[in-house]
Design a protein around this ligand. Structure first.
Ligand SMILES: C[S@@+](CC[C@H](N)C(=O)[O-])C[C@H]1O[C@@H](n2cnc3c(N)ncnc32)[C@H](O)[C@@H]1O
Length: 236
């Protein structure tokens, strides 16, 4: 279903923002039952300023976060995270009609969630980076061996920013996420910032099928950007 009238109706961001969600949000948009993954090794890529890996670590679950900017120190990421949060909040005000506010209720509460994720991420980052929990990754390549992770999650980059990437990038990145997983890959959302479904999704599903990779579209109990209540799931 098309909820936005045109690309001009999309949130106007001038960059891929360094922002993050909390574990409670990840659980919803990936429809995760963490009791199934207690002994698993999990990759979150790109992780941005999400607190997902930090919170999993506190629960004793083995997880690694990868992002383009994890070559930077905590102070630089804090400044970037704050600037990008301010940019998103300012631009979101123009397109609130593209979003469902059942969960967040208001831009202010959404900002509180993003701020909380940023703070929990920053609290874990210095030690976590030394421990190998935060690793610079530059998609469409990943610096990990084949089947290094049981579960690989990728949120709010690939299809969301599809205006920034071509099909070759998507294909290579998805093959790479699949290469490093031994069980499942989940990618969310399937929409671009304009709330339109990724236009080459059928192509992609066809190419995955031809490559012998099991793939399906799965409903999830989350819909902030209108229509974005599905993820792509690949499995072995
Ligand atoms: C909007 S954040 C999403 C973070 C997190 N997954 C979430 O849902 O909260 C997008 C992230 O993608 C990262 N990024 C952009 N291009 C990338 C690339 N080629 N390889 C790895 N990370 C990239 C950015 O640095 C940014 O942190």
């Amino acid at each position: 279903m098309n909820f936005a009238n045109s690309i001009n109706d999309a949130i106007q961001l001038d960059r891929v923002v360094f922002l993050g969600r909390t574990l409670s949000e990840y659980v919803k948009f990936f429809d995760l039952d963490l009791s199934q993954w207690q002994k698993a090794k999990i990759l979150d890529c790109p992780a941005g300023a999400a607190s997902f890996v930090a919170e999993l670590h506190q629960m004793g679950i083995d997880a690694v976060a990868g992002d383009l900017f994890f070559n930077l120190d905590a102070a630089t990421l804090q400044a970037k995270g704050q600037a990008d949060l301010a940019h998103v909040i300012e631009r979101l005000a123009d397109v609130t009609h593209n979003y469902n506010w059942d969960f967040y209720q208001s831009i202010e509460k959404l900002s509180t969630y993003r701020q909380s994720a940023l703070e929990k991420f920053l609290a874990d980052y210095p030690h976590g980076r030394q421990a190998g929990r935060y690793i610079q990754t530059v998609l469409p390549k990943l610096p990990f061996g084949d089947r290094s992770f049981d579960l690989v999650l990728s949120a709010n980059l690939l299809f969301l920013y599809s205006d920034c990437f071509d099909y070759a990038f998507h294909w290579q990145a998805i093959l790479e996420l699949y290469r490093v997983c031994s069980q499942e890959v989940r990618i969310y959302p399937l929409q671009g910032k304009n709330a339109q479904i990724y236009p080459l999704l059928d192509n992609l599903l066809n190419d995955l099928n031809n490559a012998g990779i099991s793939a399906e579209i799965v409903n999830v109990p989350w819909e902030f950007l209108k229509g974005s209540n599905q993820m792509l799931r690949l499995w072995r």
